[in-house]
Design a protein around this ligand. Structure first.
Ligand SMILES: [Zn+2]
Length: 264
């Protein structure tokens, strides 16, 4: 689009294929542009809200915690299974030692062994078996204590997992409800936009959309007192006069920020 074809001070008329280089627009159409801007801002806010729902964040937090608890529970269950295997292994070994100890004790007192040297060797063996039995019993006691602690932890984590799963379900419902609310409001606002846009000629709409895209979502600003509501620039008395004359014919532009300026 060519640069403005008519310059008059700080405020230039917008370029267009229109009467005297101004995009023709009635005062009603200019005020309608403000309505359109209001709806577009609302749509932008709703789209942002839809993408950054606090309810989604709350749900993500709960879900993340649930994942962590589930992982910890899984690891704790594995530890418990390991302890159970260890306990069984030690119990089997203790049984073997006790059986052998019984057999050897019987042999010792059976009178079958007469050699003192053999008896002494057997005593040594029995003594080391007693030691082994005592060690195994101590280890088993430790394992059983650990198992008891681990079982308590599994129970607590299981309970926490159930609680969190319920919380995730509830948070999902809240998130879904918010999404539906935002979506419904978006549908209403988009329909409202279409209604307003239908009141405006294509060149005005195109110009507005171009400026809005370039200006971070705000394409039209109201003149509030002597300031542009878009950039807060204060107009001089002659500039005010000039803008007021321009808006009788078509769209005026704030020279400072480039937005369409609407005089209320
Ligand atoms: Zn401005």
């Amino acid at each position: 689009m060519p640069v403005c074809c008519r310059r008059s001070g700080r405020h230039t008329a917008v370029p267009a294929a229109s009467v005297h280089g101004v995009i023709a627009a009635t005062r009603i159409q200019q005020r309608r542009l403000l309505d359109l801007q209001h709806v577009d801002t609302r749509i932008r806010q709703l789209r942002y809200r839809r993408a950054h729902l606090p309810e989604q964040k709350a749900l993500d937090d709960r879900a993340e915690l649930l994942d962590r608890v589930s992982a910890e529970l899984s690891a704790t269950r594995e530890r418990l299974a390991r302890l159970e295997r260890e306990q069984r292994r030690h119990e089997r070994e203790l049984e073997t030692v006790e059986t052998r100890y019984g057999v050897e004790t019987q042999r010792k007192y059976s009178g079958a062994i007469t050699s003192q040297k053999e008896l002494a060797a057997l005593d040594g063996e029995l003594s080391s078996m007693e030691q082994r039995r005592s060690d195994l019993e101590d280890t088993l006691l430790e394992i059983m204590e650990q198992r008891e602690e681990t079982e308590s932890l599994v129970a607590a984590l299981t309970e926490r997992e159930v609680e969190l799963a319920d919380e995730v379900t509830a948070a999902t419902a809240v998130r879904d409800k918010s999404e539906v609310e935002v979506d419904e409001e978006l549908v209403r606002q988009v329909a409202e936009r279409e209604t307003i846009a239908a009141d405006l000629p294509a060149p005005i709409l195109k110009y507005y959309d171009d400026v809005r895209t370039r200006k971070g979502g705000l394409g039209v600003a109201e003149l509030q007192g002597r300031s542009c509501a878009g950039c807060r620039l204060e107009l001089t008395a002659s500039e005010m006069q000039e803008v007021k004359q321009l808006v009788d014919r078509g769209l005026a532009r704030c020279e400072q920020c480039g937005r369409i300026l609407v005089v209320p």
